[in-house]
Ligand binder design. Structure first.
Ligand code: GAR
Length: 210
């Protein structure tokens, strides 16, 4: 069955592009039925316009880092009317709160640029570098009420090399994000992920050696 995807973005949208590409390449049977952005200038919206993907900027309200109140209700209403089977947070830089999470129980996933539970929140690459870690990566996880704390579904690990900067590390991790996110969506599309029976141990997409 074709999976109906809603994608929430805030910026560049390279993960959105990876999903779009995977659909085009028939990696899984799916359709991006709606893209919502909390920023009117997100490059992701230009990509949508160019590719005929329904998309919309919805004003995110007065808070800088979260979605709450009337704005949150507007997001919920837009999502409901698109009837997605899965909602993907792909570089959506706001905390989603219980009303939205409950409206789409166990059907929201997020991609996060660290090996959760390490480094939830922001500046993950800087924190990994500062800690002297030898590897980092990305995690796709279910979204629940704990920030970046829902059940982890899949991770990719990447090495941290001498001389790495935030930029070099971010580019290396992003490459893996573009593999892992479509791979997880494929599992949803094929009915291979069920929240209740999913263990909290993530699958490992790839292991690189330093
Ligand atoms: C990605 O690296 C994603 O993991 C990260 O933002 C970037 C978005 O890139 N997400 C978060 O940090 C969420 N807290 P993109 O717009 O090119 O997909």
């Amino acid at each position: 069955m074709k999976i109906r995807l809603a994608v929430l973005v805030s910026g560049r949208g390279s993960n959105l592009q990876a999903i779009h590409r995977a659909i085009g390449d028939k990696v899984f049977d799916g359709e991006i039925v709606l893209v919502l952005s909390d920023r009117p200038d997100a490059a992701a919206l230009d990509f949508c316009a160019k590719h005929g993907i329904p998309s919309k900027y919805i004003h995110p309200g007065d808070f800088k880092t979260k979605l709450e109140g009337a704005a949150e209700q507007a997001y919920i209403a837009a999502l409901r009317s698109a009837a997605p089977g899965l909602i993907v947070l792909a570089g959506f830089m706001r905390v989603v709160k219980p009303p939205l999470i409950r409206a789409f129980e166990n059907s929201i996933i997020n991609i996060h640029p660290s090996l959760l539970p390490k480094y939830p929140g922001l500046h993950t690459h800087a924190r990994a570098l500062e800690a002297g870690d030898r590897e980092t990566g990305c995690t796709v996880h279910f979204v629940n009420e704990v920030i970046d704390g829902g059940k982890r579904i899949m991770q990719a690990r990447v090495p941290i090399r001498p001389g790495d900067t935030e930029a070099s590390l971010s580019a290396r991790v992003l490459k893996e994000e573009h593999q892992v996110l479509p791979a997880v969506i494929k599992m949803f599309a094929e009915g291979r992920i069920d929240y209740a029976s999913w263990p909290n141990e993530p699958m490992v997409w790839a292991t690189h050696r330093t």
